[in-house]
Write a protein that binds this ligand. Structure first.
Ligand code: SF4
Ligand code: SF4
Length: 179
């Protein structure tokens, strides 16, 4: 696959003219979670143009993106950057690359908790994620602070219709299987 193949693949999947990006950085400067990204959004766009598939699909950035679309609104070339990132996530999942990423694992554990209780049980989610990473103590000070302020509930707050929630997840899984 030569460099242009990846660019064409992304443009075809999204309908976005990624190649018109002139690296003005407006997407990056407006992004609210840029501090947690390993590659700035405008850089991701650049790597797509250069055909650096590995770097893009293996990045933490595509999983950190909140899909708030600020970047898309700010882009002077009307590139829907958020849409591009969403497509990159799908490709990453299809190619089994997402499993390499911590953020992806957090997403999975988050959804498992919502599926079980109908809403997020924070402590369970954090502990599960930390155990998974074999890193129980790195954020313990912050965790204790939040616990003391009552920001983390020890017990889950289950919704009434948990069966209904499980049905929703089943339907989504069915759609995933059918593609
Ligand atoms: S705002 Fe648009 S043109 Fe500017 S760097 Fe980002 S994607 Fe490229
Ligand atoms: S959609 Fe994603 S990349 Fe764009 S500004 Fe929001 S969080 Fe940042």
């Amino acid at each position: 696959m030569d460099n242009l193949d990846f660019l064409h693949e992304v443009e075809k999947a999204t309908g976005e003219k990624v190649s018109t990006c002139y690296q003005c950085c407006k997407c990056t400067t407006g992004c609210p979670v840029v501090a947690d990204m390993d590659i700035y959004p405008h850089r991701i766009i650049r790597y797509i143009i250069l055909g650096n598939r590995d770097r893009v699909l293996g990045s933490k950035t595509i999983w950190t993106c909140l899909q708030c679309v600020t970047c898309s609104v700010r882009c002077p070339n009307d590139i829907d950057v958020a849409r591009v990132f969403d497509a990159l996530r799908k490709t990453s999942v299809q190619e089994g690359r997402a499993a390499e990423n911590d953020t992806w694992r957090f997403d999975e554990i988050f959804l498992e908790s919502v599926q079980r209780h109908g809403r997020l049980h924070e402590i369970e989610t954090i502990l599960h994620y930390k155990l998974d990473k074999k890193d129980l103590f790195s954020d313990s000070k912050m965790g204790m602070g939040m616990l003391m302020k009552g920001r983390l509930g020890l017990l889950p707050h289950n919704i009434k219709d948990r069966k209904g929630m499980k049905e929703i997840f089943k339907k989504i899984e069915g759609k995933k299987v059918r593609g």
